[in-house]
Each structure stands twice: as structure tokens, then as C-alpha cells.
Design a binder for this molecule. Structure first.
Ligand SMILES: *Cc1c(COP(=O)(O)O)cnc(C)c1O
Length: 386
């Protein structure tokens, strides 16, 4: 007999919202190409269901951080080009060649390894990455001419893309983006024609750059966060119409009325100022709820928001429902929204926790089931179907 175990905490992944976001962003890109960034298990949303859903709405390019993630996509039947954004180790080049992964060349050492391996391995597809101001991975602009020449002259090396990454695009007031754009465009004027594609924009840049920037199918945008319905700065989302894909919910596991002075949770960081009704909720940092939300965050119950009081524990957190005569008559088992419809947004929760929504969705723990909604919520109960 199949045993169904009930978990208090789960995330719901709204696939219709994901489709909506992909179509909206593709529209914004006009003739340019959307490369869906699905690294880190699609930012916690689930690599394979997300990639399949995106393919259904016409997405034909994917990017991941690591070779193992690219392999997981291929094994799930994704035949589209997959760019590995991170460093390719020489030991991984054979699998990259066999699986036709797009390899990033971000240093002279990787260029050397690629040029040595390619003739033996057969075709290696490469994207040359330049550091125009991110201060992370990449060739210096001055290294680009000789490396491009070296790659272009090596048989079996296929030059696919030239790219760079932006450091400050998510700050709506920032202007450094334009310096990086200028540096990149200078390189594109010199070497762009050697490549099939060029790409610079992440989600924030896609939302900040005017739609007229996108004029050619050779231009690609590497879009992650916006597909999932968030960015790191709320201002960038205004009037765009993106919809949140992930909703995290738990349940009230106990409701108690406590006398004045009762302290709540580890460290006794909160004391009831008078008689209070306290809901104990079955979610904690072991599920990915930041402990930083202790005495700072809020959750949604019955469409209203209530403060988290005391320290967030590994499996539980406590919520102040108010004075007993004024508090709603919340019952054990009732839904508690950690973020999403009916509670605070993932962006609000990230701000309270001094982080960005990326960290919250990536941080949803493995023990939390992902429930995929094929149709809009309310039409169908949440089913776990990975
Ligand atoms: C993660 C990543 C992206 C996607 O960024 P979003 O802000 O999620 O759109 C783009 N490019 C690179 C190099 C990345 O690592």
C-alpha cells in the first residue's frame, strides 16, 4: 500500500505563470533570442519541469553554471544548445564535445585546453567571455584579439558566442551598465562578426535597456530571475507584468494563548506584552526560511499578514496573531503563506531578510516538495509530480 506522508511545508510552482513570463520576455526581446538560465535547479524551481515548460513555449537556448547541470538537461531529452556559464575543467571537455555543450572560454588557460583537445575530440562549441567590469571570470579586453585568433585557427573549434556579464544592472540608478555596454560594443565592432551570437544582458539589463536595443536575432539575453517572476530591485518590475512562479506555504501546527511575559523560542528574544494568541507554523530554516526573519518577517494567514516573533527554528516558527479577543480564530492545519499569493511577495521577504529573492528560491531545502501546477491555481489541487 502506498503511504502518503503529509508535510506541513511545500512550494507550488505555477507553470502557467512561467509560460506567461517567458512569452512576455520573448516579446520584449523582439527579434533577439532568449537564453533561459536554469542553473541551480532552475533557481530552486526544478530544472527539468522548468526546461520542458519553457521548451513548450518556444525557448530554444539554455544556460547552466556547471557541466553536471547541462548533462541533467540532456538526459531529460533537451536537445537545444546549452551554454555552461562556469569554468570548464579540461577533464570535462570530452563530455562537452560528445554532448555538444557550449563551453565558456574565460581564460587563456581554458583557450589553450580547448585548442589542444578540440582536434582530437571533434567539434567543440565555444563562447568567449570578456570581463568588462564584473571583476569575476573573463578575459581582459586586451587578451581578446590573440585568443580569438587562436581559437579561430584551430580546426574543430566552433566560435558560437562573444559575451560579458554586468555588475550593476539591478540598480535602477546605476550608470556603470553603460560603460560596460560601451566596452562590449567596442569589442563587438572588432570581433563580433567572427561569432554567431553576442550576449550581455541578464534579467535586470533586459528590463532596463530600451526595446530598441534589441534589433538582431544574433543578440541573445541570458535571462533567469525575470522568468521566475522576480528581480533584485522591485522598481525594475513596475509595469512589466511578470508573475511570480514560486509560492511557499506551510501550515499552522498549533495555536496557543499565552499570558503576558511569556517568552517565545530560543534565546527568549520576544516576550508577549499582554495576553497573545501565538500560532506555531511548521516551517523553519531547515526548509529554507531565513533565520534572519526572526522578529522581522511576516507571514500570510487568511489573507492577512502577521509578524514572526522569536527566533525562527529549524522546523518551526511562531507568529503573533494578536490579542485573544481581536485575533482571528485561526485553526490548526490552516495554510500559512511564507511568500506568494495571500502573503508577502518573495521580494518583500528578501528585503526583510537582507538578501535577494534569488537566495530564497535557491535556498528552498531538498525536503520541501515542489508541486507543479499545470493550470492556474484554484483550478486544480497541488500535486507533486516531478
Ligand atoms: C545567473 C546568470 C545570469 C542570469 O541572471 P538573472 O539576473 O537571473 O537574469 C546571466 N548571466 C550569468 C553569467 C549568470 O551567471
Amino acid at each position: 500500500m502506498l503511504t502518503v506522508l503529509h508535510t506541513p511545508t511545500l512550494v507550488q510552482i505555477c507553470l502557467p505563470h512561467l509560460r506567461h513570463n517567458a512569452q512576455l520576455l520573448q516579446q520584449r526581446l523582439g527579434p533577439a533570442t532568449l537564453m533561459a538560465v536554469v542553473k541551480a535547479d532552475a533557481y530552486g524551481h526544478g530544472l527539468v519541469p522548468v526546461a520542458r515548460t519553457l521548451q513548450d513555449v518556444g525557448v530554444r537556448h539554455f544556460a547552466v553554471a556547471r557541466v553536471a547541470e547541462a548533462l541533467a538537461l540532456r538526459e531529460a531529452g533537451v536537445e537545444a544548445p546549452i551554454l555552461v556559464l562556469g569554468v570548464a575543467f579540461p577533464e570535462d571537455l570530452p563530455v562537452c564535445a560528445a554532448q555538444q555543450f557550449d563551453v565558456t572560454v574565460a581564460s587563456p588557460a581554458v583557450a589553450e585546453a580547448v585548442c589542444t583537445a578540440a582536434p582530437r575530440l571533434g567539434l567543440l562549441r565555444v563562447h568567449v567571455k570578456v570581463d568588462t567590469g564584473m571583476g569575476r571570470l573573463g578575459l581582459w579586453p586586451s587578451e581578446v584579439p590573440s585568443i580569438v585568433r587562436q581559437l579561430a585557427q584551430t580546426p574543430a573549434v566552433h566560435l558560437v558566442g562573444l559575451w560579458t556579464h554586468l555588475a550593476t544592472a539591478d540598480d535602477p540608478q546605476d550608470t556603470f551598465l553603460y560603460q560596460q555596454l560601451e566596452r562590449f560594443e567596442q569589442l563587438c565592432r572588432q570581433f563580433g562578426d567572427d561569432f554567431e551570437a553576442i550576449h550581455i544582458a541578464n534579467s535586470s539589463a533586459l528590463l532596463r535597456l530600451p526595446e530598441t536595443y534589441w534589433h538582431s536575432p544574433r543578440q541573445q539575453a541570458r535571462v533567469g530571475a525575470a522568468l521566475y517572476g522576480y528581480t533584485s530591485h522591485p522598481q525594475l518590475l513596475r509595469h512589466v507584468g511578470l508573475r511570480p512562479v514560486m509560492r511557499m506555504v506551510s501550515r499552522v501546527v498549533q495555536v496557543r494563548t499565552v499570558p503576558p511575559g511569556t517568552t517565545i523560542s530560543y534565546g527568549r528574544t520576544w516576550a508577549a506584552p499582554d495576553w497573545r494568541r501565538i500560532a506555531v507554523v511548521g516551517a523553519g530554516y531547515g526548509d529554507g526560511v531565513p533565520r534572519r526573519l526572526s522578529n522581522r518577517g511576516r507571514v500570510g494567514i487568511r489573507g492577512q499578514q502577521f509578524p514572526i516573533v522569536g527566533a525562527v527554528c529549524m522546523d518551526l516558527l511562531m507568529v503573533d496573531l494578536g490579542a485573544p479577543d481581536a485575533a482571528p480564530d485561526v485553526q490548526e492545519g490552516e495554510e500559512t503563506v511564507l511568500f506568494g499569493e495571500g502573503g508577502p511577495s518573495i521580494m518583500e521577504v528578501a528585503a526583510w531578510a537582507d538578501t535577494i529573492p534569488y537566495e530564497l528560491s535557491c535556498g528552498v531545502a531538498r525536503r520541501v516538495p515542489r508541486c507543479y501546477q499545470e493550470t492556474l491555481p484554484s483550478a486544480e489541487p497541488c500535486m507533486e509530480n516531478i
